[in-house]
Design a protein around this ligand. Sequence first.
Ligand code: ZN
Length: 176
Amino acid sequence: MRCPACGNLEDRVVDSRAAEDGSSIRRRRQCERCNARFTTFERLDEVSTLVVKRDGRTAPFDRERIRSGVAAACKGSPVDEVTVDAIVARVVDRLSAFTSPVESAQIGALVLEELRRIDRVAAVRFASVYKAFSDPLDFEREVQLMSDDPGGTDGDGPGDGAGDGPDDPGAQESER
Ligand SMILES: [Zn+2]
């Protein structure tokens, strides 16, 4: 890094500290020539992730788009702004494990997973608006999961293609 005081290119790192949320690293540097100290920040380059859209075109990853999608899906729900930001942050975080380019459907699936843990109605709304599913059947299954029961559906049903009809959740426990 070029020294802001003398323009020298040689420096050494004297301190290195991660931001609280782990989103960036702050490095304190010292010029090898004039000993001036300066600070650099290192953060994940989101723009370097490319997204392949459904029509085959490629575009740089756009965090704001994801955010507005999530926010729209959460409108009118109890999910607040802070939670929306947290969902987006988790998606971006998980996305960093993927190799660029990433299919837009993969990102949609990540958003959905995170959203579903918070608010199922918002998740289904997101899915319908942004067509995050590659297969419309997945969407129907999602809606079914939602309407099935308010209690203990643990997601991830095996899609064994058993034809029509949802799995019977079993007899209702109305008797005492
Ligand atoms: Zn210097």
